[in-house]
Design a protein. Structure first.
Length: 85
């Protein structure tokens, strides 16, 4: 079952501490590989979880660059609150 974006976040953490750019590129490659197989919400949730993990471990990635390769979520409806009119 391949639910995780990165199978072992701890090993990615070790690689990120050794070479941040290589680990960042590995994460981007994992996102690109999974884009066609899972929904955008799943990928965005995984990226958010990894961001929280790496922020806690004080490893700084370029999250703007990483988020640029994540797929955009699909808008199902344009629900709004009713107006007074």
């Amino acid at each position: 079952m391949k639910r995780l974006l990165v199978p072992d976040p701890d090993s990615l953490l070790e690689r990120a501490r050794a070479d941040r750019r290589a680990a960042e590129n590995e994460l981007i490659a994992a996102i690109v590989r999974r884009r066609d197989g899972v929904s955008p919400a799943t990928i965005n949730g995984s990226v958010s979880t990894l961001k929280s993990f790496f922020d806690f471990e004080e490893v700084q990635f370029n999250w703007k660059k990483i988020r640029s390769v994540t797929p955009a979520g699909k808008t199902v409806a344009k629900d709004r609150a009713p107006t007074a009119e």
